[in-house]
Ligand binder design. Structure first.
Ligand SMILES: [Zn+2]
Length: 419
């Protein structure tokens, strides 16, 4: 059989391999990885890309970002600024994420996720595979509310969450997410370090009963629940109530990590966002919030390392939500933050590949370069990412992106092959 495409003479890294394979040919057929063989030993292919010693890795997975085309970190703009212009900006944002080597993103709350997913799947616009939550759930005054606007406005123009209080309302909100094409349920179960004035990251924002209703209802619909939650006591309450994924989980102690490891609950690390807060000098993030991020950062780094050492599955999320604070295409900077926290380079790459697939419940199809899996692959340069993770950070490092076995982006090699 003639394969549709062959990546020849590559150095292959995949999280399921004990070590990189120098001199591999990867053959793609029917959108999936058909064969991995020593260079020069495989069958023919319609298109051959000579990687000439470049690295091939699984397409990267951003497990937490938002696509609504925002150009300000001020939530007021997200409510009143929803317009066709922001929708088209969201399309451009996702194009840049694809260029940076991300073939799958988990959309963590926003009105456009299902539409973007479908338009990309249809081939109308270029972008990564989108796994959307659609609108998540926040309580009145929670992090998904917009505190400085009248509550009716936020209700009419929800930007990332439905406001719901009490078991009946949260149950309906779960059903609405499913109705609107969401594939998982995002909740804001605590406040945040920045970007909402009247909530605290230390407070649990739902009652145990509300959390249990959300989880029961979501699971009954075949959906997982990812909870924005930042401090140990709220995280433990979420895990005990049945939450499947901890989003952010900035501060973790030993007891919390053990509980998460025992129950198989992963954390999506979003530390690079805090680094960005420290560099931001606009009025949207107050001096007190910057100070809080600065004070917490060493503990945040230590928490990520503790999670990894405790056997918690760590995935990466850029939490990209608004240019220019969180540039789309810089998503892989979370790898650098994890490395700075002390995780080995291999673990950082694992976080951005198979662990992202696990968070999304897609590990049978995504997250590694394995025969039979979907051929989401990236070709980078000749620098080993195990020596320097910068080798996979940014669009200029990504020579070619295959999604479903089809070349969809890339700065270098794509020009040399006929499409
Ligand atoms: Zn987020």
């Amino acid at each position: 059989m003639t394969a549709q495409l062959k990546l020849a003479n590559a150095v292959l890294w995949s999280p399921d391999l004990p070590e990189p394979v120098d001199g591999a040919d990867i053959l793609v057929a029917g959108g999936r990885v058909a064969e991995i063989v020593p260079a020069g030993t495989g069958g023919p292919a319609e298109t051959v890309v000579d990687c000439a010693g470049r690295w091939v890795l699984p397409g990267l997975i951003d497990s937490h970002m938002h696509s609504w085309g925002a150009r300000s970190p001020n939530p007021v703009h997200w409510v009143v600024g929803q317009s066709p212009l922001s929708w088209f900006r969201a399309v451009g944002d996702l194009r840049r994420v694809l260029d940076a080597g991300f073939t799958t993103v988990r959309e963590a709350g926003g009105p456009l996720g299902p539409g973007l997913r479908d338009a990309i799947a249809e081939g109308e616009v270029a972008g990564p595979r989108v796994i959307p939550a659609h609108l998540g759930i926040s309580r009145t005054g929670g992090h998904g509310d917009c505190h400085s606007l009248p509550i009716a406005w936020v209700g009419q123009q929800p930007y990332m969450a439905r406001i719901a209080d009490g078991p009946d309302e949260v149950r309906t909100a779960v059903r609405m997410a499913a109705r609107d094409g969401g594939e998982w349920v995002k909740i804001w179960a605590s406040g945040a370090i920045a970007l909402s004035d009247h909530d605290s990251p230390e407070h649990l924002h739902f009652s145990v009963e509300e959390l249990e209703v959300i989880c029961r209802e979501a699971h009954a619909l075949g959906m997982t629940v990812g909870a924005h939650v930042e401090f140990p006591s709220a995280i433990k309450a979420c895990v005990r109530a049945g939450v499947d994924v901890i989003e952010h989980g900035f501060i973790l102690d030993e007891e919390t990590c053990l509980l998460m490891a025992e129950r198989g609950v992963p954390v999506v690390s979003t530390m690079a966002l805090l680094h960005r807060y420290l560099r931001w000098d606009g009025p949207e993030i107050t001096e007190a919030q910057v100070e809080m991020a600065r004070t917490l950062l060493p503990s945040v780094h230590a928490s990520a390392l503790l999670a990894y050492r405790s056997g918690v599955t760590v995935a990466i999320g850029s939490d990209s939500f608004a240019e220019p604070l969180t540039p789309f295409g810089a998503n892989a900077e979370e790898l650098l933050a994890l490395r700075e926290a002390g995780l080995p380079a291999e673990a950082c790459l694992t976080a951005a590949t198979i662990n992202g697939a696990r968070v999304a419940g897609r590990e049978k199809d995504l997250g590694s370069v394995t025969v039979g899996k979907i051929a989401d692959l990236i070709v980078t340069g000749r620098t080993s990412p195990l020596d320097d993770l910068n080798a996979v950070v940014g669009p200029d490092k990504i020579a070619l992106v295959l999604r479903d076995g089809v070349p969809v982006a890339g700065t270098g090699l794509r020009r040399s092959i006929s499409l």
